[in-house]
Write a new protein. Structure first.
Length: 459
């Protein structure tokens, strides 16, 4: 527990408002947000919040999870809610409204001032998951004819409300973006130098309608703390900062991991997701996978005669099919992650196919060799009797592992490309899905090879 929390808990218990202000007044907003999250009752949270100066309260509020923000707003008076919302950063406020039911969002919009309501409605008007929902209209823009002195004076006058002062944006008379310059360049340049002297006319910008997921890749390549956002005509209308993009990257990664685990992506954090919703999100894929595994049982039933004649073959079924599923899951994981990082696109399918054929064959030979040695050694050392035809059984295991691991690797690497070609999220080609597919086909491959190799001996 943080060192200040015992004093805070004591002040809350005594309802000593001056003591609460004294404890929290010098703390950073992140620590205050953590203290609010760990406070047990909403009544105590509201008490803490009312003791904070308005600006500090707003800063701390922005660090709270969305569910806790909503709960806290319900416990405050309308005037207090209005103060918070009007002071919030535009992008943080937009994300809060996105998480709320439509009726609640409309009620909060009515509490905003005319100016802030206009900004909020504009941002909410952009498509879901677009860059427009993330951007803030608070930035510093200058003109190319200005001197460095004019720029610095402008920053002092207008920079207080800017989301960041790291980047200064250059626009023409039509407000179209023509360059971006780091603040460092202005601080080190002569005061009588002009903006044009510092320009290189090279910049990276996002469109307001761009997908947030695409913006993550642009940020990664640009390596800048903020990127400008333009409309379709190139007019500068806002900026997006790296902290917002980090939130998007985390959310996208979480969704992909959940989908790859064989369930629908959760709309809320795990601890906030109702149990029935959690069951519903997981049941769909489990049913699909269960029906798929039923086909494995059907395939084994088709080879019932071979199993009854050579019971030894049944001993290796888990080994064979799990190896194929594991190799397929590995390949799918590598390809899906490479797609998410924009390292691969649809045109690279043949490049991936060539690599995975070689990789799958190599891995199959390695595992097949181990399987062959396992059967031969166990027979020679007397650990198990695989019959007098144990070398043929070992050869069956070897060939089956080579074929199934190769097939699993190719399947796992190509299914994400098929999903992307169909316009679906490649992450839905999850590891359990690939494993189930390879399980069914692996049984067919295994017993087909066994029927060929052991024909006339055990079969």
């Amino acid at each position: 527990m943080e060192s200040f929390e015992p004093a805070l808990a004591d002040a809350i218990k005594k309802r000593d408002l001056s003591a609460i202000r004294g404890v929290l007044g010098e703390l950073p907003p992140t620590d205050i947000a953590n203290a609010l999250s760990r406070t047990e009752t909403m009544e105590d949270r509201a008490l803490i919040f009312r003791c904070l100066p308005r600006e500090l309260a707003t800063d701390a509020f922005e660090y709270l999870p969305h569910t806790e923000q909503s709960q806290l707003l319900e416990s405050l008076a309308n005037s207090e809610v209005a103060d918070i919302l009007n002071e919030m950063a535009d992008d943080d406020r937009t994300r809060l409204f996105e998480e709320l039911p439509a009726k609640a969002a409309r009620r909060l919009l009515e509490l905003l001032s005319d100016e802030e309501r206009s900004k909020a409605i504009q941002l909410l008007g952009y498509p879901d998951d677009s860059v427009g929902r993330l951007m803030t209209p608070h930035y510093v823009a200058v003109h190319p004819s200005w001197t460095v002195q004019q720029v610095l004076d402008h920053v002092r006058q207008r920079g207080r409300d800017s989301e960041t002062l790291t980047m200064i944006y250059v626009v023409n008379d039509a407000e179209k973006l023509i360059d971006d310059i780091r603040m460092r360049a202005f601080l080190l340049a002569p005061l009588d130098a002009r903006v044009t002297d510092l320009m290189n006319n090279r910049f990276v910008a996002l469109r307001a309608t761009d997908a947030q997921e695409d913006a993550v890749a642009v940020f990664r390549d640009a390596d800048l703390p903020a990127l400008p956002v333009t409309d379709s005509d190139g007019v500068l209308i806002g900026i997006v900062t790296s902290d917002d993009i980090l939130d998007v990257a985390e959310q996208e990664a979480t969704e992909d991991i959940q989908k790859f685990g064989g369930l629908e992506a959760l709309d809320l954090p795990y601890v906030d997701t109702p149990l029935l919703t959690l069951i519903k999100k997981r049941a769909g894929w489990l049913i699909i996978l269960f029906l798929g595994e039923m086909m494995t049982a059907s395939a084994m039933g088709y080879f019932e005669h071979e199993i009854s004649q050579a019971v030894v073959l049944a001993l290796f079924i888990p080994l064979i099919i799990s190896s194929g599923g594991n190799s397929g899951s590995q390949a799918a994981t590598l390809v899906i992650r490479a797609m998410a990082l924009k390292e691969l696109n649809l045109r690279d399918w043949w490049y991936v196919m060539r690599r995975e054929i070689f990789a799958g064959l190599s891995l199959g030979l390695i595992l097949g060799g181990i399987g062959f040695l396992r059967v031969a050694l166990w027979q020679r050392l007397g650990f198990f009797n695989y019959s007098e035809h144990y070398l043929l059984v070992a050869t069956t295991i070897f060939l089956s592992l080579v074929a199934i691991v190769l097939w699993g690797t190719i399947s796992g690497s190509m299914i994400p490309f098929v999903m992307r070609r169909l316009g679906l999220d490649p992450a839905t080609s999850s590891a359990p899905f690939v494993a189930t597919l390879v399980d069914v086909t692996g049984i067919v491959i295994y017993f087909s090879i066994a029927a060929f190799v052991l024909q006339g001996t055990l079969l």
